[in-house]
Design a protein around this ligand. Structure first.
Ligand SMILES: NC(=O)c1ccc[n+]([C@@H]2O[C@H](COP(=O)([O-])OP(=O)(O)OC[C@H]3O[C@@H](n4cnc5c(N)ncnc54)[C@H](O)[C@@H]3O)[C@@H](O)[C@H]2O)c1
Length: 351
């Protein structure tokens, strides 16, 4: 049985990818701080959960591992700006360290999930050879990690960089801070669909099930010479949307599914990020294209909302959750005495 080390395994993508890996007969070591809870991954005989910080995880974790999918990250732009230093440590340092340790311990393949957001702002359609334009801490740390990890590739250690499009769809660790998911929630809950100004910006999207299937396809692709040391954009040409157009599609679908009317609610300063991406390389080299469209994700999220399985809680907005955790951590440190707040450890004296 081959063993996959998945970091950030309890996150949005990890909690969809890990069950798929188990289903395909892999053993999985899931490493995560589990900031979003451990229950996102259901127990399985071939799943080992390890609560650990990837910046310092011990070397024995790497023993006997065949593949690494290094999902760990501070996972979006606003959180990257708010927690700048941690973002460099986790999105750059930790991944380079993990790749180097993987190589040292004889791991066969290392998959690095980067992001199409490193294209930043681009007038033309970009491919893997186009110059990048990382505009945010999140994008800069991803790009630096790509630059430091690709040279580790050699004939015994396959390195694949996957630049994911913005992901959408249901996951046990739900994220409503991703564009399609957030639009669907706003339209469904309040009849107001939040849309980032000015709507003309382009962005590529990919469904969470598709992106997980693509990762597995790369793990199982045996002609290493075609993928080793290579970068692949992950998504589909027809899933490059102009945000304003996408908002209309989501609004119409929510109206159709719920019978309620939906208005667009603009927010923010005009988005400086706009990129249209070519997905020819992934199609040509590993013969993969996404199966699902934006509409499939919207319908499935509506259904999960209507059944009450998911809702927008603070945990579903990454920036808000980490900010809240830090706030409570500081407050608790300040208030804690004798090992607790109200329940403390002490020896009662004679009265
Ligand atoms: N979701 C997207 O749209 C998208 C798009 C492009 C790229 N990506 C990339 O895919 C990866 C996964 O994204 P996601 O959406 O699942 O994010 P997520 O925030 O849901 O998951 C990240 C996980 O990492 C864990 N984590 C954070 N810091 C840690 C640390 N120091 N040690 C151990 N665990 C830690 C968190 O607890 C969380 O479970 C990231 O690398 C992200 O950059 C995601």
């Amino acid at each position: 049985m081959e063993k996959v080390l998945v970091t950030g395994a309890g996150g949005y993508i990890g909690s969809v990818l890990v069950p798929k890996l188990l289903e395909r007969g892999y053993k999985v070591k899931a490493v995560d701080r589990f900031f979003f809870g451990m229950e996102k991954l259901k127990p399985h005989p071939n799943l080992e959960l390890i609560k650990e910080d990837t910046r310092v995880m011990p070397e024995e974790i790497f023993k006997g591992i065949d593949y690494i999918v290094d999902l760990v990250a501070i996972s979006n732009d606003p959180t990257g700006e708010r927690f700048n230093e941690a973002t460099w440590q986790i999105n750059h340092y930790s991944r380079v360290r993990t790749a180097k340790l993987g190589k040292k311990f004889g791991v066969k393949k290392y998959i690095f999930p980067s992001s199409c957001s490193i294209y930043g702002f681009q007038e033309d359609i970009v491919d893997e050879n186009s110059p990048v334009n990382p505009l945010t801490t999140y994008a800069k740390a991803n790009f630096q990690a790509e630059k430091d990890i690709i040279p580790l590739a050699d004939k015994n250690f396959t390195v694949v960089v996957l630049r994911f499009s913005t992901v959408f769809g249901y996951s046990p660790r739900m994220r409503f801070d991703l564009a399609i998911n957030g639009m669907t929630y706003g339209a469904w809950k309040t009849g107001r669909l939040p849309l980032m100004r000015d709507g003309s910006q382009y962005r590529p999207f990919v469904h969470i099930e598709d992106v997980s299937e693509a990762v597995i396809k790369f793990l199982e692709f045996s002609d290493e010479t075609k993928i080793n040391g290579e970068i692949f954009n992950v998504g589909g040409d027809e899933l490059n949307y102009q945000i304003g157009e996408l908002g209309k599609i989501v609004a119409e679908l929510v109206e159709k599914e719920t019978g309620k009317s939906v208005d667009i609610e603009w927010y923010g300063d005009p988005d400086k990020r706009s990129y249209r991406v070519s997905f020819k390389k992934i199609k040509n080299v590993i013969n993969w294209t996404p199966k699902r469209k934006a509409e499939d994700g919207v319908k499935e999220i509506i259904q999960k909302l209507e059944s009450g399985e998911i809702d927008k809680t603070i945990q579903t907005i990454t920036l808000d959750w980490y900010t809240e955790l830090e706030k409570w951590y500081n407050l608790i440190k300040e208030l804690e005495m004798y090992g607790g707040i109200l329940n403390i450890k002490f020896e009662k004296g004679d009265l």
